[in-house]
Design a protein around this ligand. Structure first.
Ligand code: 5GP
Length: 190
């Protein structure tokens, strides 16, 4: 049995910049390691299996659910499942490191209830819905239907932001990076 450690949860609507902030924190000397999720969605251009995600087909994903391999999983978008593997968290703790998650809002709140005071849950707030829409369109990775789905989901997610330990406004990226570093550092010192 691995000694449980701390976890950092970053949740936000898609397009809020949470992945950029998580990547930044991983370059700081904070002793963090990224929890690679499993997903049943297809890889996007440039994504690498075992680095960005563990890409599973629907059947293998469902089998992992039945085997109890996930500490949380969800159908985040219609037809696309995402989940956190217990083995991933234990692997990171066994290195004596803190786990950092990039997670949707429902998953983030589920993990906060699981890890309680051992978890720091941060909600990354986009400056406005208009800006979020601009960012999602700018990525040019999703079609119109997917963008609409993501915007509708974002509205719901923002409504749940007050359940997080902190709301981090991502208006100016450099400011948000510094703020994220401070929040994580002070949580790890506790
Ligand atoms: P994307 O398809 O853009 O990579 O991710 C879609 C959403 O799924 C993002 O909000 C991402 O943070 C979330 N996500 C990624 N991994 C997991 C996971 O393991 N569990 C849950 N619940 N959501 C995840």
């Amino acid at each position: 049995m691995v000694q449980p450690g701390k976890v950092i949860i970053f949740s936000a609507p898609s397009g809020s910049g949470k992945t950029t902030l998580v990547r930044h924190l991983l370059t700081c000397k904070l002793g963090l390691e990224f929890s690679i999720s499993a997903t049943s969605r297809a890889p996007r251009g440039g994504e690498v299996d075992g680095k960005d995600y563990y890409f599973l087909n629907d059947e293998d994903f469902r089998q992992s659910v039945l085997n109890g391999e996930f500490i949380e999983w969800e159908e985040v978008y219609s037809g696309s499942m995402y989940g956190t593997l217990r083995s991933e968290v234990e692997r990171i703790w066994s290195h004596g490191k803190t786990v950092i998650f990039d997670m949707d809002v429902v998953g983030g709140l589920n993990l906060k209830s699981l890890y309680k005071d051992n978890a720091l849950a941060i909600f990354v707030m986009p400056p406005s819905m208009e800006e979020l829409e601009r960012r999602l369109r700018g990525r040019q990775t999703d079609d119109e239907d997917k963008i609409r789905q993501r915007l509708a989901k974002a509205r719901k997610e923002i409504g749940r932001s007050d359940r997080f330990d902190h709301i981090l406004l991502n208006n100016d990226l450099e400011t948000a990076k510094k703020e994220a570093e401070k929040l994580v550092q002070s949580f790890l010192e506790k």
